[in-house]
Design a protein around this ligand. Structure first.
Ligand SMILES: Nc1ncnc2c1ncn2[C@@H]1O[C@H](COP(=O)(O)OP(=O)(O)OP(=O)(O)O)[C@@H](O)[C@H]1O
Ligand SMILES: [Mg+2]
Length: 469
């Protein structure tokens, strides 16, 4: 039987050796390798490494609510898949554009953030849960619990929580925004029932983009810069205490691209569009309810605002059953919402009003500060025509054959004076498969318009003369 002394000295020498191994391991093995060894041989060597490592658990659900960090991690990691991952999940939701690839349970992935090495592991556990309370005699069902384990060196704990995880959230948001198909919300359910006063949505499949839109190039660039600045300025709006919203008034004759511009903005920003038909609203209360139900990163569109305003005045005159009006939609109500409730609830909101007659609008809508930008969509210009010819016929304005060159010359001479809309020109450009025939059609159309314009001018002059003499 060994003496107590012998046992004690054996223990101290083993303890000293363990400490030496721990010291060497901690000092000389890089954290990445430590994490690897720890994950594979953890049960043998857990003490030296795990004392330096920490694991965060990111559950899929917090009670019944989805954990945003879990969702973001899943999205983020799908962009970080390396060849070392052996099993992947492949998913495509009906409304998404792309196939998404994500980690399968039990798989592990390494990520490096600045100098911090992180190991992600997706764990799936099945648990047996009583359907009704904890009574073991009641029937139970299997539920899947999924969570991520995020392991890294303990000394980075604060940075991982305050920098890395917010970085993962931001990256995931960007990936989602990129994948997103904007939606078009209108009142009713798209099956003709417009009376139920709720938003119904379909995918916004309007093909308009800034590239296909004929408008003054400087104005276009200015608008894109304005939108970009708006997106970047979350902190700025917070700092100055302003609601993070932007308002645009688009005005111009029918067919000059106001609705197309809204679609181009939505496609560019990947924002949903809420198309609000004021004439179908019954009261301020309904307007309030609908505005509150709109989502963030969205564009609220109120088309033909001049007609809506007229309609309200009509309604103002209508007597009600009781001789006074209790539930009325007023323009002032609308304006108050824009300045008040709508702006204070939610983030990244854009509102767009359109009108064919800016001059008919209530001055309250035009006063400085109400709408941030007024954008004039004009008749088709020479440059606008070149863009349409490129889009519709594939003809580059700078490189045409002789005949096309002649047509272009004629068209450019006629187009601005003829006051035709891009919609009219687009229609001519779609009439024939043959590009030259189309251009010929545009020339004839512009000449016709000129003759009409001259006739109108002469008529106006005659009336003017009659009135003066
Ligand atoms: N500036 C433009 N650039 C390219 N295409 C245009 C432009 N304007 C109009 N179009 C074409 O004409 C069609 C009708 O245009 P759009 O509905 O955008 O005009 P609008 O200004 O909204 O008219 P309205 O005042 O009648 O609502 C578009 O689908 C598009 O094909
Ligand atoms: Mg329109």
């Amino acid at each position: 039987m060994p003496s107590t002394n012998t046992l004690f000295s054996a223990y101290t020498s083993i303890a000293a050796s363990v400490m030496l191994v721990r010291y060497i391991a901690n000092e000389f093995i890089p954290p990445q390798l430590q994490s690897y060894i720890s994950s594979h041989l953890g049960h043998l060597f857990s003490a030296p490494f795990s004392s330096k490592l920490i694991t965060l658990i990111i559950d899929e659900f917090d009670g019944l609510v989805k954990n945003e960090v879990y969702e973001a991690s899943e999205t983020y990691l799908s962009t970080r898949i390396t060849p070392s991952v052996e099993r992947l999940r492949v998913i495509k939701a009906p409304k998404e554009k792309r196939i998404s690839v994500s980690m399968e349970k039990g798989q592990e992935l390494k990520d490096v953030y600045e100098e911090i090495v992180l190991t992600w592991r997706l764990i799936g556990a099945e648990s047996q849960k009583a359907i009704n309370g904890d009574d073991p005699y009641l029937p139970s069902m299997k539920t899947q619990q999924r969570f991520f384990e995020l392991t890294f060196c303990k000394k980075h704990k604060d940075r991982v929580i305050s920098e890395y995880l917010p970085y993962v959230l931001d990256k995931a948001k960007a990936v989602k925004a990129d994948n997103k198909v904007p939606k078009l919300y209108t009142l009713g359910n798209f099956y003709g029932d417009m009376s139920n006063g709720v938003w119904g949505s379909i995918n916004l499949e309007h093909p308009a983009t800034f590239d296909t839109l004929a408008m003054d190039p400087e104005m276009k660039k200015d608008l894109i810069d304005d939108l970009e600045r708006f997106l970047r300025r979350r902190e700025f709006y917070r700092r100055v205490g302003k609601a993070w919203k932007r308002g645009y008034l688009l005005y111009g004759p029918p067919g000059t691209g106001k609705s197309s511009l809204i679609a181009a903005m939505a496609n560019y920003l990947k924002f949903d569009v809420y198309d609000l038909e004021l004439s179908s609203l019954q009261s301020d209360a309904e307007l309030r309810r609908l505005l509150v139900a709109t989502g963030n990163r969205s564009i609220l569109v109120i088309e033909d605002i001049d007609c809506s305003a007229d309609l309200e005045r009509e309604r103002d005159r209508e007597p009600t059953n009781f001789g006074f009006q209790t539930q009325r939609m007023t323009l002032s109500g609308l304006l108050n919402f824009i300045d008040g409730l709508w702006t204070s609830c939610g983030d990244e909101r854009i509102i767009v009003f359109t009108t064919n007659h800016k001059d008919k609008l209530d001055p309250a809508l035009l006063r400085p500060g109400r709408m941030d930008k007024h954008i004039h969509m004009s008749y088709c210009t020479k440059q606008g025509f070149k863009l349409l010819a490129l889009n519709y016929l594939g003809i580059d304005g700078e490189k045409q054959c002789h005949q096309q060159h002649m047509h272009f010359g004629e068209i450019e001479e006629l187009i601005e004076k003829a006051q035709v809309t891009p919609a009219e020109v687009a229609e001519e450009l779609m009439k024939n498969d043959d590009a030259d025939e189309c251009l010929d059609g545009v020339v004839k159309f512009l000449k016709r318009k000129h003759i009409e314009a001259d006739r109108d001018d002469r008529q106006r002059a005659r009336i003017f003369n009659l009135l003066n003499y």
